[in-house]
Design a protein around this ligand. Structure first.
Ligand code: PLP
Length: 453
């Protein structure tokens, strides 16, 4: 197993070996947790809510992601972006791993402080802060925070003159899924003036921060942002500021693009902020840690049969077999599940995601991670669209997907990579709960040891 997380001696080959092993164990554990739960529920007889959607979270995956981070960006200390998924156990594990935390509101800061995390491990990374929150963080001794405009500097001078300030600069975020630069970030035309004003107000500027946009895909955005940050470090020096920290923000994905991003970023940091300068490097990854750790299971609560483009009425039994299921190869189905765009699939709307359904249980068989669970490209496979439970027509998860299996009411689907920007932005629209069970598993003994399990 991968249990060398904090002594820094992990070799790349050991990591890859441990990774493959850990992934296998994870599949087994997640599968067992999903299976146990859904096999215990009979939608014909269960109590309201028993068949509710639920998550399985593998904390071992978070641990593996942390090792991967340390291998690829060893000089950069991650401050997890709490907004992405403020799951208590996830935060506890990250705290035990020694990360810092990026918080954007009083509630997030309170949650992290409640865990006993030292205020010096928090950055209040919100360039436009609420007055009362600023007074709160001043009381709590959370000193690090970002700014990007003159009004905010004057506010900070009034409410928290001792704060340690990071000047957030504008980036080219055009390759990212969620763009922030129309809202946040000082252009390089304005940074000199802002540093001058900070000096005049007697404020303590300690670093520069940026964010290349969440779900970024162009590594050169990191290179350009690091170059710009280097310019601002020099501008600051002209005002007598000896900046000590660069915050490279988020934008990292958990898929294979991470290594490409990290390679470009690492090289840029080594060129512009080499180790001998003594500049601390931090980052604010959210999606990178949370996304792949959470799998979501949803129950099929209703089905509508479509024949030749129109819904089949109940009285039209010509296409139905004895048990009521349609066996005509031309039929398509709309299936309705008990989670949707107003719930954990809010990521479709806000985070521009395309979650992919897989079959967890159909026709009395549980089929997690089997070939039959997956989408089929075969022409004769059955076409489905997948819809959420609310009355809004926008509430559609998948327009078209084909499976070889017949899906019906009471069957289950699952969706992987559902940890980032999902639960945190789920609403209770139509009276559907956004409080869903999370079943925790841990595929890495090293993580269990850290959590004292
Ligand atoms: N930092 C800031 C200031 C953010 O606004 C966000 C996302 O909104 C993040 C970090 C996390 O970004 P990501 O999930 O891309 O890592």
């Amino acid at each position: 197993s991968l249990n060398t997380v904090n002594n820094g001696s992990l070799k790349h080959d050991d990591y890859l070996h441990g990774l493959a092993n850990g992934k296998l164990v994870a599949k087994q554990m997640i599968g067992d947790a999903l299976r146990q739960r859904v096999e215990s529920i009979d939608s014909e007889f269960c109590e309201p809510g028993d068949e509710d959607t639920f998550f399985v979270a593998d904390l071992g995956e978070v641990y593996r992601q942390h090792l991967r981070w340390k291998l690829n960006l060893p000089r950069v200390k991650p401050f997890y972006a709490v907004k992405c998924h403020p799951d208590e156990r996830l935060l506890q594990l990250l705290a035990a791993l020694g990360t810092g935390f990026d918080c954007a509101s009083k509630a997030e800061i309170e949650q992290v402080l409640r865990m006993g995390v030292d205020p010096s491990r928090i950055i209040y990374a919100q360039p436009c802060k609420t007055n009362s929150y600023l007074r709160y963080v001043a009381q709590q001794g959370v000193r690090q925070m970002t700014f990007d405009n003159a009004d905010e500097l004057r506010k900070i001078a009034r409410l928290y003159p001792d704060a340690e300030l990071f000047l957030r600069i504008l980036t080219d975020d055009s390759s990212s899924l969620c763009r922030f630069s129309m809202k946040f970030g000082a252009s390089l035309d304005s940074t000199d003036g802002l540093l001058g004003l900070a000096r005049q107000l007697g404020l303590n500027v300690v670093g520069v921060s940026f964010h290349v946009g969440s779900g970024a895909s162009d590594p050169t955005a990191f290179l350009k942002a690091v170059q710009d940050a280097h310019v601002v470090f020099q501008q600051a020096a002209a005002y007598g500021y000896n900046l000590k920290t660069l915050d490279v923000g988020g934008g990292f994905c958990s898929d294979d693009t991470f290594e490409q991003m990290a390679n470009v970023l690492r090289a840029a940091l080594d060129e512009y902020f080499p180790a001998h300068t003594g500049v601390n490097l931090i980052a604010e990854p959210g999606r990178y840690y949370a996304s792949s750790a959470f799998t979501l299971a949803c129950n099929i609560i209703a089905r509508r049969t479509i024949q030749d483009g129109s819904a089949v009425s109940v009285s039209d039994s010509s296409s139905m077999s004895d048990d009521g299921s349609v066996n005509n190869g031309d039929a398509r189905y709309m299936v309705y599940v008990n989670d949707g765009l107003y719930g954990n699939f809010s990521s479709i709307m806000f985070d521009h995601q395309h979650p992919v359904a897989k079959i967890l249980r159909a026709g009395g068989r549980t089929m997690y991670n089997s070939v039959a669970a997956h989408e089929s490209s075969a022409e004769d496979a059955i076409e489905y669209s997948i819809w959420g439970p609310t009355c809004d027509g926008i509430d559609r998860i998948t327009e078209s997907i084909r499976f070889r299996e017949i899906l019906d009411v009471g069957d289950w689907l699952y969706f992987e990579d559902m940890g980032a920007y999902t639960k945190c932005s789920a609403t209770t629209f139509n009276g559907f709960s956004n409080e869903h069970d999370v079943i925790y598993v841990c595929s890495e003994p090293g993580a269990m040891a850290l959590l004292g399990l």
